[in-house]
Write a protein that binds this ligand. Structure first.
Ligand SMILES: CC(C)(COP(=O)(O)OP(=O)(O)OC[C@H]1O[C@@H](n2cnc3c(N)ncnc32)[C@H](O)[C@@H]1OP(=O)(O)O)[C@@H](O)C(=O)NCCC(=O)NCCS
Length: 373
């Protein structure tokens, strides 16, 4: 990591062995119990899934931060932060936190999470002023029975400002992810468009293949493309198979036949409108090509890996980088304590996205891309 020099001649850098004695002394001056020992510092400094950062002033270490990277998640954890009492109030903790966020980002973590005592006013204020928000609380978390706040920050908006500014719309019904995703894409191309539940339902009625309460109830790629094309947007459809999409859940042959007919009719209407339909598999490179051309891709995913429910689900891709595909997910899992922030620019590791962007036994891959009118 390159050291940086914010105001006050502060510099943040990775710890080296000769810092450890000073860091252990800072621990003693900062905490009454649960201190990190010199030995533990050494272990944290050398083991692969942790980072130990030191802030120094005039060449003297005055504080440190410890980050942990648990395996296979997008979350880094701030395990500890401390600034020597004589050096407080000069921005050392802010400098450490910013460096910790960049370090987490370098380790392909899109969130930084931490716990803090509810009565630690300086620390709570520090985190909240940096944009951390309360995810939950742990009652009786510390040895003296004090409760903890669990805080989290999504790092993408600050460290990744080039993500497309796709306005967010939350689906208001279980089966309207497709219309909600379409509304986000339309609004990003047509800022004056008013988003309402009425539009959500109108789009759903135009795009669904539902028949007599059979089927998933949601919308397929042709229906969504047709709803967009008939409003004047340039649209492109990518589907990996030509059979009846999303018919897996329908047992009755007669009902599947109706779904097939509706879908075929949508297909013909799309052809009459000159909408290109590509029958091919879908990969991240293809999504990136569409983004680079100014398109807003709606991608069908199986929500199994996120919500443990095997339902087809539409999300809007807002950008990609080396590690992640970012999506606006119209579903906000409020029962799990999520808020809108969790669903905006939600990072999904590229490897994971590949296995998520397919649905059903047949592994249907589908994407509808909207372009300016
Ligand atoms: C929390 C701690 C790391 C802050 O270090 P610091 O270098 O003094 O913090 P900074 O100078 O960077 O201050 C940044 C912000 O933190 C908050 N803050 C820091 N000290 C504060 C205090 N005494 N009271 C209220 N807010 C305070 C403020 O929001 C401040 O911004 P401002 O100066 O614009 O108001 C330091 O007090 C410390 O080491 N405490 C003991 C260890 C600890 O509690 N660690 C956190 C465990 S979760």
């Amino acid at each position: 990591m390159n050291g940086d020099f914010p105001a006050g001649g502060l510099r943040v850098r990775p710890a080296v062995a000769s810092d450890l004695a000073v860091l252990a002394r800072i621990e003693e001056r900062c905490f009454d119990s649960d201190r990190i020992s010199r030995r533990q510092f050494r272990y944290l400094m050398t083991r692969g899934h942790a980072a130990l950062l030191v802030v120094e002033q005039a060449g003297r270490p005055i504080g440190d931060a410890v980050l942990l990277f648990s395996r296979a998640t997008s979350v880094a954890r701030l395990y500890s932060i401390a600034v020597d009492p004589d050096a407080r109030g000069r921005g050392a903790a802010v400098a450490l936190m910013k460096a910790a966020e960049r370090e987490a980002w370098k380790h392909r973590r899109a969130y930084l999470r931490l716990e803090v005592r509810k009565d630690n006013r300086p620390a709570v204020k520090l985190y909240e002023s940096l944009g951390y928000r309360r995810l939950g609380e742990f009652p009786d978390y510390y040895a003296d029975h004090m409760d903890a706040w669990r805080l989290e920050k999504s790092l993408a908006p600050e460290l990744h400002p080039e993500l497309a500014a796709v306005p967010f719309y939350e689906q208001s019904l279980e089966f309207t992810c497709g219309p909600a995703a379409l509304m986000m894409a339309m609004k990003s191309l047509t800022p004056e468009l008013e988003l309402s539940r009425q539009l959500e339902l109108r789009l759903w009625r135009e795009a669904t293949t539902i028949f007599m309460t059979s089927g998933h109830g949601g919308c397929g790629p042709y229906g969504l493309a047709l709803a967009a094309a008939s409003r004047g947007y340039r649209v492109e459809v990518h589907v990996s198979e030509q059979g009846t999409h999303l018919g897996d859940s329908v047992r009755s042959e007669q009902k599947r036949e109706v779904m097939r007919l509706v879908q075929e009719d949508m297909y013909q209407q799309l052809q009459a409108l000159g909408v290109p339909i590509r029958h091919a598999g879908l990969d991240v490179a293809e999504i990136e090509r569409c983004l680079a051309g100014g398109g807003i891709p709606l991608v069908l995913i199986s929500s199994w890996q996120i919500y443990k429910a095997r339902v087809p689900h539409w999300v809007v891709v807002t950008g990609t980088d080396e590690s992640f595909v970012y999506v606006n997910d119209p579903f906000v899992d409020r029962e799990e304590g999520e808020t809108l922030i969790d669903s905006i620019h939600m990072p999904i590791l590229k490897e994971r996205f590949k296995s998520m962007a397919r649905y059903g036994r047949a592994g249907l891959q589908a994407m509808v891309v909207l372009y300016d009118k």
